[in-house]
Design a protein around this ligand. Structure first.
Ligand code: GTP
Ligand code: MG
Length: 223
């Protein structure tokens, strides 16, 4: 759980959160070692752009993207965290309330893969118990430089109970699919939660859709 200190550091909601023209709002976080491609992944998804220049993220940044899934208008508030260790206290303050995480490593970088377990521990420590996680092996366009076999990524994802994708922000491989998978899993769990809520308190079954995370018990992605 977050300490009191971390609670004090919890940031105010971004300005766009005032826009109520959506059915649901999901807060998502992208985490992982520095240079694995978190910012590039978000830019590819939100703006369909890519640059080979590396400008390491300072602290944290976010983008908002609205998607239509399952007949619902879903606003995604996607937080891009700095991978550098020195920003860890700041970035973990943002874990609270996140409904989904994209945990990223670089398939050409052994250290980034070795750190996956530690990142998973951070999620467990600082986020909602039921937050959904997708493990992403990024830079799969760099096959010649690959150090992490696909099977190793699959294995650790399975051990940790996460969904798994290999992707490329550069070549736009599996970027949209990763976000859609995460949204679908969160929607599924939210529906389960609403059904349970319906049985308990019918008058309040829609409460919390826009400002509380769902009760998510286990991963069930169909992708
Ligand atoms: P921090 O902000 O320091 O945590 O790093 P980051 O994870 O946000 O990395 P960033 O997105 O800035 O990308 C780091 C470098 O990797 C940049 O030079 C990108 O152009 C490059 N890169 C990102 N994604 C890909 C990819 O899919 N393929 C290839 N070949 N390069 C990529
Ligand atoms: Mg970055």
């Amino acid at each position: 759980m977050a300490s009191n200190e971390l609670r004090l550091q919890q940031p105010p909601p971004p300005k766009d959160a005032a826009d109520q023209n959506f059915d649901y709002m999901f807060k998502l976080l992208i985490i992982g070692n520095s240079s694995v491609g978190k910012t590039s992944f978000l830019f590819r998804y939100a703006d369909d752009s890519f640059t080979s220049a590396f400008i390491s993220t300072v602290g944290i940044d976010f983008k908002v993207k609205t998607v239509f899934r399952n007949d619902k208008r879903i606003k995604l508030q996607i937080w891009d965290t700095a991978g550098q260790e020195r920003y860890r206290t700041i970035t973990t303050a943002y874990y609270r309330g996140a409904m989904g995480f994209l945990l990223m490593y670089d398939i050409t970088n052994q250290e980034s893969f070795n750190a996956v377990q530690d990142w998973a521990t951070q999620i467990k420590q600082y986020s909602w118990d039921n937050a959904q996680v997708i493990l992403i092996g990024n830079k799969c366009d760099m096959e010649d430089d690959r150090l992490i076999p696909t099977e190793d990524g699959q294995r650790i994802a399975e051990d940790l109970g996460f969904q798994f994708f290999e992707a490329s922000a550069k070549d736009n491989i599996n970027v949209k699919q990763v976000f859609e998978c995460l949204v679908d899993v969160i929607c599924d769990k939210m529906n389960e939660s609403m059904e349970a809520d319906l049985n308990v308190a019918p008058n309040h079954r829609n409460q919390g859709l826009k400002d509380s995370p769902p009760s998510i018990n286990k991963s069930n992605c169909a992708c």
